[in-house]
Design a protein around this ligand. Sequence first.
Ligand code: ADP
Length: 629
Amino acid sequence: MLENLVMFNNEMVVMDQEKKIEQFQYKAEMKQLLNLIIHSLYTHPEVFLRELVSNSSDALNKIRFMKLTNEQVLSPEEELKITISIEPENGFFSIEDTGIGMTHEDLVERIGTVASSGTLEYIKNLKDAEKADNQLIGKFGVGFYSIFMVTDEVTIETRHADLNSIAYKWTSQGEDSYSVEPIEKENRGTKISFKLKDEYKYIADKFQIKQILNKYSNFVDFPIYIENEKVNVVEALWHKKEADLVKEEVSEFYKFISNDYFPPLDYLKLDIEGTINFKALLFIPENAPQNLFQERDRKTLHLYSSKVFINDDCQELLPDYLSFIKGVIDTEDLPLNVSREVTQNSPVIHKIADIIKSRILSWLEKMANDDNEKYEKFYREFGSLFKTGTNSDYMNKKRIVDLLRYESSNTKAGEFTTLNKYTSVLDTKQEHIYYLTGPNREQVERNPNLEYFKKNDIEVLYLTDPVDVFTVPYFGDYEGKSFKSIEKADIKIENNEESQVDEEAKTDLLAYFKTILGDKVEDVVESKRLVESPVTLVVGAEGMDPQMEKMMQYMEKNYTLSKRILEVNINHKIIKNLSEIYNKDKDDPRLKNAIEQLFDSALLLEGYLKNPADFVTRMNDFIMKATEN
Ligand code: ADP
């Protein structure tokens, strides 16, 4: 035997020249991955069947599509189907499809290699095996290897649909290597065969397989045969009339297309006829993914043209802020030989997208009206992303804004109000919709700037979602009222309480504050908004929202905070005391200490205190004096 070592795609290949068998080593990462997949990733070994069926279904979709675009294909008359064969006595199992088949490159680059680089790390960090079963597989292109849970050796025989393709046999024991060799195979498609390990032999049984298919692969678009018996019903659920849809069936369909474990929160069936015709079945998931804002990867609604799957990555179908919606769209108005590029620029797609967008908004509006509990569930899960629509979908801004929910000084914790509610009870004198930003309700409620509003029963919205500072200030007017942060210095406050400190003493004291604090503040002024607190910090009329600044600081280490205006509550007992001391002896050291302490406390409340050491030293000093006998 003549053995040569050749480099192929950076992998070491041993080549048997006579038989043309190539031997490939798995890369290190792949080996670890295989080990994890086989031993810890899946809790339900039978999911291997779902993975194989779903790969076959993809391959069949591809050939159906290829045939539409009039390309010449191998065995054009062949029925598009999946065939499962078993030998119950010895556990032999095979699954064959008449799909697009694989080239040599597919076998090496797609089957023999992990698709995305972060996969191994990701899988290593997975703890919840249940989750892995249901969400992870497929997403990371490792589904095929689930087969090694139930067998020790796999053979793939495949021939690509190109007329002059060569057929190959791929064999692996899933440990460190696999081999590829040319074979004779007349028809296009792929056959995967293996012998089930003893403990999984029971799967080689018609009834078992039917049950597994029923659980995982109910909606495969192609007939599946076991030993000549067709075992699935192929139907395009979205072609049914709304009244004929059965909830359980719709739920199962949702799980099938979304890889979700839970049923959807709600669904919407559309049957649009007119200048544009399409049918759609859309879903809102029950739960948001962890990375809601990055989730917009490549996948979106499944696009069909007259029941033929076209793609599931046509980004034009949904705007980003609605990208959490899952579902299917089927239209007769796309040319059948539509290509990926065509879907991107197609006026048909853009019209469909406009209609879908508007229908989704109506759906949410109706839900908010009829079933507030469900709507709030949706909002808590997807609200953050949904809100960003106010920045991008100018045409529908008012509709989106009306669907937003906020906590406020008038709601209980965890309860929402709407802008409509807020403005409908407003006294005509109030020009603004007031808001206050902060990381959570507790902190917002501790903000001294709220005191006046609480005392006078003026509602203030609590904006606690980081997205709020990037959206609310840009809403413009709502029902003729503009949005205003109550942390701004230029807020109009009518406070008729008489100051009990005379004007001159007041001016002198404020000037003294300024001398002590120097360039740490932009200004020191008398406050009208404080009730219980002696001082507070506010932002100049043109200044940035403090919560926004915090975010800037977070994103940019060297970001310097803008200076604040210190507002002083002249009627507060502490301030009155200071005024008295000041009048007696301007050089009393207690004055300077107290002013610095008040300023630092205000910083501390807002989370800006940089130097706690001085603060604590002064504080200890005060305690010392307060506790002296
Ligand atoms: P994924 O399907 O998530 O990409 P898999 O490991 O299941 O990951 O499959 C890897 C790739 O191998 C597929 O993307 C496809 O290109 C190819 N493949 C697998 N099974 C088949 C099949 N039956 N017919 C054609 N190609 C297949």
